[in-house]
Structures are given as C-alpha cells and as structure tokens.
Write a protein that binds this ligand. Sequence first.
Ligand code: 13P
Length: 239
Amino acid sequence: MLIAGNWKMFKGPAEAEAFAVELRGRLEGVSGVDVAVCPPYTSLAAVVQALDRSEIAVYAQNVHWAGDGAYTGEVSPAMLLELGVAGSIVGHSERRQLFGETDETTAQRAAAALAAGLRVIACVGETESEREAGETEAVVRRQTEAIRDAVGTHDGLTLAYEPVWAIGTGKTATPAMAQDAHATIRSVLDVPILYGGSVKADNAAELCGQPDVDGALVGGASLFVDSFASICETAARIS
Ligand code: 13P
C-alpha cells in the first residue's frame, strides 16, 4: 500500500522542510505502508535533504520526456534524479484540464521517466460530465490504454484513479465506484492503483479497503502533518 501526498502549488522550501522534519518524526515506527510526498519543484531539494535516509520517498509533480533541450518551464528526469528525487506524478487532471496535457503527452512523460529510472504515478479519471454521460469506463480505459501502450507493465509504474469531480470538492467516490473504476483499470494494466479525490483520515480505511485499491493519492489532507500521518497510519493498519 502506498500513500502519496500531492502538495500541488503549496509549501515553499522553508515550510516544506519544516513539514518534512515533523512528518518524519511522526511516522517513525509506522511500518507496513509506503509513503511519498510530492512537493513543488522549488521545494524538492529541501525535502530530499530533510528526508535523507528516511523511508519517506520524494516525488515531483510532473516531468518532461526529453533528456534536455529547448523546453522552457520543463524539468527532465535526469534533473530530478540528480536531486535525489525517487519518482514523479504524470498526467494529473489539473495538468490535463489547465495546461493542455493529453493522453499522448502523459504516456510520453511516463515512458521517459521510467526509462530513466524514476518511479511514476500516472493519473487517470473522468470529469463530472463524462460520468453523467455514462462514459466513465470508456474514459478511464482510453487513458489507461495510452499509458499501457507506451510503457506496458513496469515495476516502477503505479496508476492513480482520480475522478475529477472528487478532487478538492469534498465529494468522494463511494468505495463501490472506486472499486469499479479500479477493476476496469486493472483489466487494462495490472499495476498498483491508488485512489485520489477528497481522501481524508475518516474515509481512508473504507476506500483503501477495497480489493483493487492499493493506496491513496492525497491532496488537501496531505498539507497537514496530523491528517496525512493519520491516513498513513490507517493504511498501515489495514494493509
Ligand atoms: P484532494 O485530496 O484535495 O481532493 O486532491 C486529490 C488530488 O488531486 C491528489 O492528486
């Protein structure tokens, strides 16, 4: 079971470092769960240092496919590896919705990052209108197939099912909805699959307890040591 905290565009280096030190202390002695935090780029170095020789992994929130080149604003897999970063999220719905990320670019990012030796959490999930139109299965299938076709199963690959309507809204997929989507994803690509979308300390056990749910990608609740640590402890207890 993996619990990953996606900090999005929150926590500059000083705040991130203080958080990491506190989280490290709080999770000492918690075993049976893998934990990762995903700070913004400018906070990665501080968090890698603060978590040096701890069990908590540090992931970026995005990564480019090229080794280097004229790609203003992008960061390569090698640059992240040089910092001591273990992996990266790719294809988050905020990237897809706000910054033009597509199935194709998500797959390219995933393939290049894995080939370079990073771990990857690749995100899929339907919008509210897609769910209302009965397209959930087709959408997550299409998104997952794009990743599968570029990567196949790979030891370093994890998927995250994040229904867009459940992100930052307090609306969570029911455990049954999450299980259905995860089973669809698994039928296309058999790798660990996290659930994301308004995961909190009080719903983590039920969601992570579903047979095809292998952990959580946590946004808002990962910004506070208490709530994030308590989700990690819950996952450790039920795994
Ligand atoms: P929230 O947990 O804030 O809904 O965000 C989920 C998410 O987007 C994690 O990547």
